[in-house]
Write a protein that binds this ligand. Structure first.
Ligand code: 13P
Ligand code: SF4
Length: 348
C-alpha cells in the first residue's frame, strides 16, 4: 500500500503546528504556576482557551461569575480572557491583584456606545432616577452608577428597585433594557446602545428556521432584539442558556448568542444538536459570523505573551476605582442574596 501523503509538506506543517500548540500550552501552564496566576475565561472565547482555563484550575463562565470567581480566588495574578470591561471589573474588585489581559484592544460595542462624559450629563439631567449600568461599561461609567448588573440579575434587580418605588436610568443596552422594562414593569429610561453581535440576529429568518425544525427550542441572550426575543422559548444569561440546554427536554436548540458558547453547550449536553440563529435576513447572501470580534482577539499566543511580559496590565485611576467599587460590590452582594446566575431569568 502506498502510504505517501498526497501533500507531505502540508502534513509536516500540521504536525509541527500541533506540536507548537502543545508546547505553548505547557509553557503557559508553567508560567501560570510560576506567577501564582489563574486563567479566567468567558464562554465566548476560543475552545482551546476554555479548555486550558479548566485544565489549570481556572474558570470559564459568564461575566457575573467571572467577577465573583476572580474576587474569591487566592491567586495574586488574574489573567482575564474576555473583553476589557471584564478585566476592569476584576481590577475594581481586586486592587491588590495584578490583572493581565491578552489584549487591551478587546473592547465591546456597548462599552464604546457609552462615553463617560455623555453618560454623566445624561445622569445629571435625571437626578431623580437610580442609575443602573450593565457590566459592559468602562470603570468611569460604573463610577457614576448606583448599581452594576449583568444579564443574570438585571431583571431581579429591576423588580427589586421597582418594589421600592425607584425609577431607573438604564445604560447602555437598549435591548436588554427594553426586555427588563417589559418583564418587570419598572419605570426605566434607556440609553441607546446595543451589541453588534446580537443586533445581527434576524427574526424573519429565525421564524423560517423554527418552521424547518419545529422540535427545536430557541435559546436567546437578552441583548438580542425584541423581535428575536419574542420567538424565544428561553431568555437568559450565557450561564442560564447553557443550563437550559442541559435541563430542557428538547434534543435540538437554536441558539441566539455568540457562537463561542456552542463549545460549552456541546460539553454540557452531549448528544443534543445546536444550530446557530440566523444572522442574515430571508434570502440574504451576506451574513455576519455571530462571533464577537473582540472576544476573538484572545488566543493562547496572547495569553502566553501576557504572562511572559507581564502585560498588558489593567490599571484604573484609584479615585475612579473606589467609586466604581461600591456598585460592583452591590452587584455581587445582590447576586449572592438572590442565588442568581442560573435559570430564573425571564421565561427560563
Ligand atoms: P453574560 O453576562 O451573559 O456572560 O454576557 C456578557 C456578554 O458580553 C454578552 O454579550
Ligand atoms: Fe460586547 Fe456584544 Fe462582544 Fe458581548 S458579544 S462583549 S456585548 S460586543
Amino acid at each position: 500500500m502506498n502510504t505517501t501523503h498526497p501533500m507531505p509538506g502540508l502534513m509536516r506543517t500540521q504536525s509541527v503546528t500541533a506540536l507548537d500548540q502543545a508546547r505553548r500550552i505547557q509553557r503557559i501552564k508553567k508560567l501560570l504556576a510560576e506567577h501564582n496566576a489563574v486563567l479566567v475565561a468567558h464562554y465566548y472565547t476560543d475552545a482551546d482557551l476554555q479548555a486550558l482555563a479548566e485544565e489549570t484550575g481556572g474558570y470559564v463562565s459568564d461575566s457575573l461569575d467571572m467577577a465573583r470567581y476572580g474576587h474569591e480566588h487566592k491567586a495574586t495574578t488574574l489573567v482575564v480572557a474576555g473583553v476589557r470591561f471584564m478585566g476592569e471589573t476584576a481590577k475594581i474588585l481586586n486592587p491588590e491583584k495584578r490583572v493581565l489581559m491578552p489584549t487591551l484592544e478587546a473592547t465591546c460595542s456597548l462599552d464604546e456606545s457609552c462615553p463617560a462624559d455623555a453618560f454623566q450629563a445624561f445622569c445629571d439631567a435625571h437626578p431623580d432616577r437610580t442609575v443602573v449600568v450593565y457590566a459592559n461599561t468602562s470603570a468611569a461609567v460604573k463610577a457614576r452608577a448606583d448599581w452594576v448588573v449583568t444579564s443574570s440579575i438585571a431583571l431581579r434587580l429591576a423588580r427589586h428597585l421597582a418594589s421600592r418605588g425607584e425609577k431607573i436610568l438604564w445604560a447602555p443596552d437598549r435591548h436588554l433594557g427594553a426586555y427588563v422594562r417589559q418583564e418587570s414593569g419598572a419605570d426605566m429610561l434607556l440609553w441607546r446602545g446595543s451589541c453588534i453581535v446580537h443586533d445581527e440576529f434576524r427574526a424573519e429568518a429565525l421564524l423560517d428556521l423554527k418552521e424547518r425544525y419545529p422540535d427545536a427550542d430557541v435559546l436567546a441572550h437578552p441583548e438580542s432584539s425584541a423581535e428575536v426575543l419574542a420567538l424565544a422559548d428561553m431568555i437568559g444569561s450565557t450561564t442560564a442558556m447553557i443550563k437550559a440546554a442541559q435541563t430542557r427536554s428538547a434534543r435540538r436548540f437554536i441558539v441566539a448568542t455568540d457562537n463561542g458558547i456552542l463549545h460549552k453547550m456541546r460539553q454540557a449536553a452531549p448528544g443534543k444538536e445546536f444550530l446557530e440563529a440566523p444572522t442574515g435576513g430571508r434570502g440574504a447572501t451576506c451574513k455576519s459570523c455571530a462571533h464577537c470580534p473582540w472576544m476573538a482577539m484572545n488566543s493562547l499566543a496572547s495569553v502566553e505573551t501576557a504572562l511572559t511580559t507581564g502585560g498588558p496590565e489593567i490599571r484604573i485611576e484609584e479615585s475612579v476605582r473606589q467609586r466604581a467599587l461600591k456598585p460592583v460590590m452591590r452587584m455581587l452582594e445582590f447576586a449572592a442574596s438572590q442565588k442568581a446566575g442560573v435559570l430564573g431569568f425571564g421565561n427560563a
